[in-house]
Design a protein around this ligand. Structure first.
Ligand SMILES: [Ca+2]
Ligand SMILES: [Ca+2]
Length: 238
């Protein structure tokens, strides 16, 4: 009799255990990580000149401390290379940006293009946008956007800016063919000698050209420009 009682209590225990295994207490699945949409921007560029191709356009989105040029200040060596040769590789290598983009080819007169930039994350606080491109039928003229505040742009919002021309102040404006890398000259681009005695970035005085009596100039009236030389539209896309 004792043995029977013992066996039946074993059966009960077994049955209880089996019931527990079939109906485990419900456990909530782990919460998925919060979804972060990377902020994105599109920058469109229109070349407003008659005969000044723009070198491959360079765009940086960066923090508030970075300033790639300033009126009255000496141009950096990297900016000198861009402004004299249209070569943005040194700037792309040296700038620590949140996002960067480069056009793949020069942008001809009247042409336009759009570049897309995506940030890592959606925090746009303090962000600035800088754009640089050379007027290639010149010695050292460039245009761009200088550290424009894009932090408050909401998705779908745009801002439009005009680009004036600047002189990098690193090369004398001789307009000689051997010193102009664009199709009007086909000459040398960058030269480390700084023979523009100002050695400071200023607004550009414009081209003089052979038609206006500058002997030795490879440029003619078509290569002149008025400000603005380009129009930029920045749109927050996401
Ligand atoms: Ca110059
Ligand atoms: Ca130079």
């Amino acid at each position: 009799m004792k043995q029977l009682l013992f066996l039946s209590s074993m059966l009960l225990l077994t049955a209880c255990g089996s019931n527990n295994n079939d109906n485990p207490a419900p456990v909530a699945p782990p919460a998925p990580p919060p979804e972060v949409t990377n902020a994105g921007f599109e920058v469109s560029i229109v070349n407003l000149t008659a005969a000044q191709p723009l070198s491959p356009v360079t765009v940086f989105i960066h923090n508030v401390e970075l300033q790639l040029f300033a009126i009255g200040e000496s141009a950096s060596a990297e900016l000198e290379v861009l402004a004299e040769a249209g070569d943005n590789s040194q700037l792309l290598d040296s700038v620590d940006a949140s996002a960067e983009a480069s056009g793949s080819a020069p942008l001809g007169p009247g042409a336009s293009e759009s570049l897309s930039l995506e940030l890592d994350g959606d925090d746009t606080s303090g962000l600035r946008l800088t754009l640089l491109t050379m007027l290639v039928n010149t010695n050292d003229a460039f245009t761009g956007i200088n550290a424009v505040d894009i932090s408050a742009l909401e998705v779908g919002q745009s801002m439009t800016l005009n680009g004036r021309s600047y002189d990098a102040g690193t090369e004398a404006n001789t307009e000689a063919a051997d010193s102009i890398p664009g199709p009007a000259g086909g000459g040398e681009g960058f030269n480390a000698v700084r023979d523009d005695i100002a050695d400071q970035v200023t607004g550009h005085g414009g081209a003089v050209t052979l038609d206006d009596g500058l002997s030795g100039s490879a440029l003619n009236h078509t290569h002149r420009w008025d400000n603005p030389v380009a129009q930029f539209r920045i749109t927050r896309t996401q």
